[in-house]
Design a protein around this ligand. Structure first.
Ligand SMILES: C[S@@+](CC[C@H](N)C(=O)[O-])C[C@H]1O[C@@H](n2cnc3c(N)ncnc32)[C@H](O)[C@@H]1O
Length: 369
């Protein structure tokens, strides 16, 4: 039995059945034994592969997108970008390695809830204290003309456990964060909708549907389930507030709609992972496996734009980057140095990132204005 199993059982004994969303919260984020508190992470040597972990190409495309948005904003001297759910910091490293044109203005804030993953940021990135990144401007005077030394030259990197408050517009990025925010489960019963709770039958954790006034406006047969993604919806609202007028929120994830999910077995859209493989049922081994849910887009604030990841990457120049990689490999294959090998690997990375049946089929949701 895991530490989280024990904690959840103790909680149920105290309070009776608890909502499924609370169990997910414990399983993923409990400081004592939660999946992400005890080393679970994305990566080839981690538990599951995400777009940034496929290789550096995803970060090169994101770096290009940041340059586009920086240009559109009139190339401000300070350009804050917040990456939420930054994991071990792989995307940040790839973005910086791509040397975007906005680098000198870039204030890159990695936001990661898991302390063990935040520790990894400092291993690979030169982090600064948050105050240094967003220190208020000293008034320019004869002794301190703004042209000399201000604003400090970026990129400046900061790592935080939660979303900051920043003055002025910023870009907020989140790759595969929304699917990992604790979600509830609603079940259609003959008497209406019920919220799935988790209770105890002897020593076993069992699902207990309890009637709810929460209503879901979709056709669903008795027994059908849908997720309740209040945490994802309120995260998007917070991120939009942080991005502010003139800013932008970009979330990439596997996604669907409530109506579609209601037609499919819930065990298909609630998925568990550990060690690069599918895990067991969600209530098994709490804390020892990741628990995720396809994102019901209609439960989020309506996005300004939505596309597939493949289309989004193409719109931001992935095809040119791959062609560039091919040409470079052709020229330098005989040398076979790191640059040549990286150039060649772009081809394979692009295939994985654009695969419509996999990462390329993810949704990219953007909010701005
Ligand atoms: C599936 S991983 C994705 C990591 C990375 N973005 C990637 O694509 O490889 C989701 C990450 O979000 C983090 N997370 C969950 N809730 C969070 C929150 N409210 N704020 C910041 N990070 C969060 C988790 O700890 C986990 O590292």
């Amino acid at each position: 039995m895991t530490a989280v199993d024990d904690a959840v059982r103790a909680e149920i004994q105290r309070r009776g059945p608890i909502p499924f969303s609370e169990v997910v919260e414990h399983a993923l984020y409990a400081p004592d034994g939660g999946f992400y508190a005890s080393g679970g992470q994305a990566g080839r040597r981690g538990d599951f592969l995400t777009s940034p972990e496929v290789g550096p190409l995803f970060g090169v495309v994101v770096a290009g997108a940041l340059d586009t948005w920086w240009d559109e904003a009139g190339r401000p001297a300070v350009f804050p970008v917040v990456e939420a759910g930054a994991g071990p910091g792989t995307l940040a490293r790839a973005v910086l390695a791509a040397e975007p044109r906005c680098a000198a203005a870039l204030r890159y804030v990695l936001v990661e809830r898991s302390a063990s993953q935040r520790d990894l940021h400092a291993e690979h990135l030169a982090l600064e204290a948050p105050g240094a990144a967003f220190a208020s401007l000293p008034e320019p005077d004869d002794d301190n003309p703004r042209a000399v030394g201000y604003p400090p030259t970026g990129p400046i990197l900061v790592s935080l456990p939660e979303l900051p408050r920043l003055p002025g517009p910023c870009v907020v990025l989140a790759n595969e964060l929304l699917d990992n925010l604790p979600f509830g489960l609603l079940e259609r019963t003959a008497a209406g909708w019920a919220e799935v709770h988790v209770g105890l039958d002897g020593d076993d954790l069992v699902e207990v549907p309890l009637a709810t006034t929460d209503d879901v406006a979709v056709d669903a047969a008795v027994g059908a389930r849908v997720p309740r993604q209040s945490a994802a919806a309120s995260w998007v609202a917070d991120a939009r507030e942080l991005a502010g007028p003139g800013g932008r929120v970009v979330a990439l994830d596997y996604a669907s709609t409530t109506a579609d999910l209601a037609q499919r077995p819930w065990t298909e859209w609630v998925r568990t992972y550990r060690g690069q493989a599918r895990g067991g049922p969600p209530l098994e081994g709490l804390g020892a496996q990741d628990i995720t849910c396809e994102v019901a887009v209609d439960q989020l604030p309506a996005p300004t734009a939505a596309s597939s990841q493949a289309d989004w990457l193409r719109a931001h120049g992935i095809d040119d980057l791959v062609a560039e990689g091919r040409a470079q490999w052709k020229e330098q294959a005989a040398v076979g140095d790191l640059a040549a090998v990286r150039a060649r690997s772009r081809v394979g990375e692009a295939e994985a990132l654009l695969d419509e049946g996999g990462l390329g089929g993810f949704r990219v949701l953007e909010w701005w204005g």
